[in-house]
Design a binder for this molecule. Structure first.
Ligand code: PRX
Length: 654
């Protein structure tokens, strides 16, 4: 998309100053933020090095800060040694052994509290179980589990022995799981009999078995957590129950000290082309990002009850469930299920019962719950809440105002956090005791984050409200370190556009008169469905893998709750169904995509056409397809279309 064509349509004027009561206890006040900003501008590397020395417990302190010799491959704190699990657990044992680390609530209402001492013990035992199965530093372990304390135990145990975990969201299909296991070359899979969500059992072990039956030759063993209790087959020699694996092992496990740059995890995410890519994160830099953003953006205090509703299958569940809260010694809530079980008051009920003080969720959840009415949250005592957050996609001002009024009761600041799987932690977000907010804006970059908006040539856009590409001008410690097994793709995707000078986020944005950032959306063909990232290419490949499909084009269609919905245009092998309608096939194709990728990728609409609109050079006219999906008038030039009558088919009018 050309930057000149990026126009901003939002003109939000409201400004919310942080309330005095909040500011009084805030970790960072306005003058402190200004000092931080100045320090970061004066000496970027020294700023980050100071924080890394202060916030991380090092086994061997680093002397080198940033190594840019192989830019855009950057190394931070290169000669230091540390262990992330030590930083999350052991160092809390002195003062916080009896403090609750996790308050877990199952969808059925079962509640379990785990203290730091217990979590440390469980992680040590599980780490020893991994070692007993031959897992060593650098081995990849895929985790495909429901939301339960054990998933955090599994991730932390990998970190403890230097194994690289790759969590695959439980909603992904067997096929997606297989692709990720194979790409990572994983030696072990950790899963569960099943999970529960929305009252339904998710057949995790079944899907895992299907994935392994299709290939995954590197997998040597599978550890299975008993959670749903359903009967599942166990393959002898390969599968072992979690409770058996930890039976005869010690509850002491010396952490493996790793180099700062040792990969902590891979997390697969969608891009605009090709298969999902394994985003690789470091140990020290990543940990630092999780810690400082917990402090700055979430203003975490010792007595807070922090709840991030994200699943650990996404980066938000890594930084703000599995690592950030523990590394800052916080107490967090973890919830297994859906927000609507038994009704749309479940989130507010959990906030009330567990005394949640900081609540972090996605715009799609806010919009979905907003639709259910104001009387639901009104039933609950939300007086303990002091800070709200949102992530994953732009939040529309209407949803922001509802969140502010009905959940925050006009008392809690809202921190709209812009970041990505690749960025590791928040990059642009209001520091709640120091920065006034505007509904729909993620406000200002954090100290040490050189965010900017540039035009097609890579020049800074100085004129307010003019859209362009969102870039980060300087490396930061918690940035991705690469794409697993594909160095060229790392450069092509994030750096090439502006000659390796800046990190290119793939979003379009503009800054207003106050320098506030407004994210406008993706500049590429990545969809955001309920805040989850899906590549149009991936869904198209899944569709064309169906024996009856010749060609497919997928675009996003604006959706009131999900943000975007999947809209697919399909050309069949053979004749188009009469009048463009074939309900049985549509049903079959929707089920097919679910099987290939997972329910989140299932198309909401499928439209059949004799062919797809293409430019003379053969490129699919996606903007045209997007306009049609949105039901907008067609303003694009369609004179190059071979068969203009096709437009009626695409519009569902013929
Ligand atoms: O388009 C931006 C959008 O989500 C993308 C990153 O997606 P993912 O890697 O799945 O990570 C989501 C959780 C960090 C971004 O490129 N995005 C994320 N947060 C925001 C956002 N768009 C607007 N406002 C946000 N706060």
């Amino acid at each position: 998309m050309a930057a000149q064509t990026i126009e901003s349509v939002l003109h939000e004027q409201r400004l919310f100053q942080p309330a005095a009561a909040f500011v009084e206890h805030a970790r960072i006040k306005k003058h402190e933020l200004e000092t931080f900003q100045q320090q970061a501008v004066q000496d970027h590397e020294k700023f980050w090095a100071g924080l890394a020395r202060e916030q991380i417990s090092w086994h061997k302190p680093f002397t080198q800060i940033l190594d840019s010799r192989r830019a855009p491959h950057f190394r931070w704190f290169g000669d230091g040694l540390l262990n992330v699990s030590y930083n999350c657990l052991d160092r809390n044992l002195k003062d916080k052994a009896g403090k609750t680390a996790i308050i877990f609530e199952g969808e059925q209402g079962d509640v379990r509290r785990v203290t730091y001492a217990e979590l440390h013990r469980d992680v040590c035992r599980f780490a020893n179980a991994l070692k007993a199965k031959g897992i060593k530093k650098g081995d990849r372990v895929v985790i495909y589990m429901p939301m339960a304390p054990e998933v955090v135990v599994a991730m932390q145990a990998c970190a403890r022995i230097g194994a690289i975990h790759s969590v695959v969201f439980g909603g992904f299909s067997a096929q997606s799981l297989k692709d990720r296991i194979e790409d990572a070359g994983a030696k072990m899979l950790i899963t569960a009999d099943g999970g529960t969500r929305g009252g339904k059992v998710i057949e995790l072990k079944l899907a895992a078995d299907q994935a392994l039956a299709k290939g995954c030759s590197t997998i040597e063993s599978v550890i299975v957590l008993k959670r749903s209790g359903q009967t599942i087959p166990m393959q002898s020699g390969r599968d072992v129950w979690w409770h058996d694996a930890v039976k005869n092992v010690s509850d002491q496990c010396e952490p493996v000290w790793v180099e700062s740059e040792h990969p902590l995890f891979l997390l697969y995410t969608s891009g605009s082309t090709g298969k999902p890519k394994g985003i690789q994160h470091s140990s020290a830099g990543y940990l630092l990002g999780a810690i400082v953003t917990m402090q700055w953006v979430f203003d975490i205090h010792d007595d807070d009850i922090f709840w991030c509703t994200a699943d650990v299958g996404w980066v938000t569940g890594h930084s703000y469930v599995a690592y950030g809260p523990l590394a800052t010694g916080a107490t967090m809530v973890m919830y297994e299920g859906a927000p609507t079980i038994p009704d749309g008051g479940r989130f507010w009920d959990i906030c009330q019962r567990h005394g949640v003080t900081i609540f972090y969720t996605a715009p799609t959840a806010i919009r979905g719950l907003m639709k259910l009415g104001d009387d639901l949250p009104a039933k609950y005592d939300l007086s303990k809440l002091r800070l709200l957050g949102t992530v994953g996609e732009p939040i529309n001002p209407e949803a922001w105002m509802w969140y502010h009024k009905h959940i925050g009761r006009e008392r809690c600041p809202i921190t709209d956090t812009w970041w990505q799987t690749e960025t590791g932690a928040h990059l642009i977000a209001p520091i709640p005791g120091a920065v006034a907010t505007k509904p729909g804006s993620c406000t200002l970059p954090l100290p040490g984050i050189a965010a900017d908006v540039v035009d097609e040539e890579g020049n800074s856009i100085t004129q307010p409200n003019q859209g362009g590409y969102l870039v980060i001008r300087k490396p930061w410690p918690f940035m991705l370190r690469g794409i697993w097994g594909d160095e060229q793709r790392y450069i092509d995707t994030y750096w090439k556009k502006f000659n390796n000078k800046y990190y290119v986020a793939g979003d379009t944005a503009h800054k207003d008169e106050d320098g506030y950032f407004w994210i406008m959306g993706r500049a590429d063909d990545v969809l955001k469905v309920s805040g989850h990232r899906l590549g149009t290419m991936e869904i198209e490949s899944a569709l064309v893998a169906h024996p009856r499909v010749a060609e497919a084009a997928v675009v996003g269609k604006p959706d009131e709750i999900k943000g975007e919905a999947v809209f697919a245009y399909v050309v069949l092998k053979g004749a188009r169904p009469t009048g463009g309608v074939d309900e049985a096939l549509t049903k079959e194709l929707r089920a097919w995509v679910t099987e290939q990728i997972g329910p989140i990728a299932r198309p909401d609409d499928i439209r059949y056409a004799d062919n797809l609109p293409k430019t003379r050079s053969g490129k699919i006219m996606r903007r045209l397809l997007r306009s049609i999906a949105a039901g907008e008038a067609i303003t694009q030039d369609t004179s190059t279309l071979e068969n203009e009558a096709i437009l009626l088919q695409l519009q569902g009018k013929a």
